[in-house]
Design a protein around this ligand. Structure first.
Ligand code: MN
Length: 130
């Protein structure tokens, strides 16, 4: 089985490094982007198996890049996991309603994060019964 490829779009270098370490250790190939523009550029080159998307991002925010992906046929079915620093009542519901596959609040739980990404990929896998 090939290693699942995950694009991490996160402007905070420490958070990006943490996510890279967790996902690499769990067997993922990790691609990185630091803002909406570089995320968009990466997505024009590759179709990752999943995207881990920070919400507070320079260049338009993670939600705008998600909407671009959902509007692009080649990227519409890529699972996208929202990550955000502020967790308020109703955030989870709001992010799932806006089209994210999953929602994780910071600080991320290093023990469960990779499993959450894997689960989001599997839920979109062909033949999966919800
Ligand atoms: Mn950010």
């Amino acid at each position: 089985m090939t290693r699942p490829r995950v694009l991490v779009v996160e402007d905070n270098a420490m958070n990006r490094m943490l996510v890279r370490e967790i996902l690499s250790h769990a067997g993922f190939e990790v691609l990185e982007a630091e803002d909406v523009g570089s995320g968009r550029a990466r997505l024009s080159e590759v179709i990752p198996d999943a995207v881990v998307m920070d919400i507070q991002l320079p260049g338009g925010g993670g939600e705008s890049l998600l909407q671009e992906m959902r509007a692009a046929p080649r990227l519409a079915d890529v699972p996208v996991i929202a990550v955000t620093a502020f967790a308020m009542n109703g955030d989870r519901e709001r992010f799932l309603e806006s089209g994210f596959d999953a929602y994780v609040s910071k600080p991320i739980d290093t023990r469960t994060f990779a499993d959450g990404v894997r689960a989001a990929i599997e839920r979109r896998a062909p033949g999966h019964v919800a």
